[in-house]
Design a protein around this ligand. Structure first.
Ligand SMILES: NC(=O)c1ccc[n+]([C@@H]2O[C@H](COP(=O)([O-])OP(=O)(O)OC[C@H]3O[C@@H](n4cnc5c(N)ncnc54)[C@H](O)[C@@H]3O)[C@@H](O)[C@H]2O)c1
Length: 411
């Protein structure tokens, strides 16, 4: 077994920088390369790695060239959703018999057809699906305590609720249904569905089988004319003409091996205005429950109206204010799960073993997401898997989503 893993990043944006900062807490890997078509951005991320002492990273404009770099043994795919297949084709071609493992950010792809293609291209490599929330210390520790004490004594949990909410994404491509693959449901419910499934699943198993899916999508804020105008200006395309949903909720029922029901509820929003990113989760069983909320943090700061300064994200991710009493997430890379996730992926790749979250899991999540969209579009609860899942594309991806779709299917 090699002692250290050389990691190369595809993409040099927001999430790559989060990962690079988290490598401060990963002992047995080095960030050795970053590739982005905008080489100056790759150089910026590589400089971040060097400045943090997590690797003597080189910058590349070409993904294939980076994959061929002798120092690169594993790839973290962190480029935008529409580039998944193109990037995987390049890694599969240039990295065969050289690259040990490929880790890919959520979502695995924009729809089931693309996710299956990504999975096909990954054959022969170890794969890791980068679902950071499954590795959040609050989730792993909460799950461990609840299952060891509560479930062992009183029976398994029957309800898990997860939510992710903030005021909307940072880059224009997230707001384009065609590029991103949908709206907030595709972008963020992938987290909440998988985190809730993970909490409700017996440790070390995959003992829940999805049975039914019921979901709803809506545009609550960003199609209001004054907000659509803000997006048009910010993103240089007409959001009102091709809107995407900014709110989604879903309920999935699962069967345990004994045939008993478990329900997971997920709620996601780009229309939440609070101090910043809010991740919340609950797990309930016959004699216990657990709850967590990333904004109920150990530290708060207060700035009076006399304090003047520029807007930023220096206090919490997706921060919306600089005044009043504000929660601070002191170590975001750790609190959101990136550090533990990367430690896990690195160890498994070094040991030549399959990580706990793989591309197969990414495909499963995409299948559930598409079933949620189908349910919302039809205004109906669906048995899982519904027919036609492989060919399905969400309304926002096709440009057919309308803000009043939420009223559909009511009887
Ligand atoms: N786990 C999380 O919570 C989380 C958070 C944010 C983003 N993400 C996911 O990470 C991915 C990237 O998101 P982001 O916020 O960093 O986006 P971003 O727009 O900030 O950065 C994307 C980067 O990819 C580069 N890029 C563009 N096209 C490319 C191509 N063809 N080949 C290689 N690089 C290319 C861009 O130059 C840029 O550096 C997305 O899939 C997103 O869903 C996950």
């Amino acid at each position: 077994m090699a002692k250290r893993l050389g990691v190369g990043f595809v993409g040099a944006g927001f999430v790559t920088k989060f990962h690079i900062r988290s490598f401060v807490g990963v002992r047995d890997a080095d960030v050795v390369a970053v590739a982005s078509p905008r080489k100056e951005k790759a150089a910026e991320a590589a400089a971040l790695a060097r400045s943090l002492g997590v690797g003597e990273a080189n910058a590349y404009a070409d993904v294939r060239e980076m994959v061929r770099d002798p120092a690169v043994q594993a790839i973290w795919v962190c480029s935008p959703n529409p580039t998944r297949i193109e990037v995987m084709e390049k890694i599969a071609e240039a990295g065969r018999n050289k690259i040990v493992g490929i880790a890919c950010e959520k979502p695995l792809a924009r729809n089931v057809r693309e996710a299956k293609k990504v999975l096909d291209l990954s054959r022969g490599f170890l794969t890791g699906y980068l679902e950071n929330q499954v590795f959040m210390p609050a989730i792993t520790r909460g799950k461990e305590i609840v299952w060891r004490r509560g479930a062992a004594s009183a029976g398994r949990p029957y309800l898990a609720r997860c939510a992710e909410e903030h005021g909307g994404p940072h880059e224009p491509w997230f707001w384009s249904g065609k590029d991103q693959g949908g709206g907030v449901l595709n972008d963020m419910m992938c987290h909440s569905l998988e985190a809730a499934r993970h909490l409700a699943t017996s440790p070390g198993t995959r003992d829940l089988t999805p049975a039914t899916v019921s979901a709803e999508i809506a545009s609550l804020k960003w199609t209001r004319p004054e907000y659509a105008a803000i997006l048009k200006k910010r993103n240089a395309f007409d959001f009102a003409a091709r809107p995407v949903e900014d709110f989604a909720r879903a309920s999935v029922s699962w069967r345990t091996p004994e045939g008993r029901p478990v329900i997971t509820e997920a709620s996601t929003s780009w229309s939440f205005v609070g101090p910043g990113l809010r991740l919340s989760f609950e797990l309930m069983g016959p004699e216990y429950f657990m709850q967590g909320n990333s904004l109920e943090s150990e530290l708060k700061v207060f700035f009076s109206r006399e304090v003047k300064g520029t807007g930023g994200e220096d206090i919490v991710e997706k921060q919306t204010a600089e005044q009043g009493l504000m929660p601070v997430v002191t170590d975001e890379e750790s609190a959101y799960g990136y550090t533990a996730e990367n430690r896990h992926m690195v160890r498994r790749f070094l040991e030549g073993k399959t990580p706990d979250e793989t591309f197969e899991d990414g495909l499963r999540v995409t299948q559930l997401l598409m079933a949620c969209y189908m349910s919302a579009e039809r205004g109906a609860k669906l048995a899982f898997p519904p027919a036609g899942l492989d060919e399905y594309e969400p309304p926002a991806a096709k440009g057919t989503f309308r803000p009043d779709d939420v009223f559909r299917g009511a009887r």
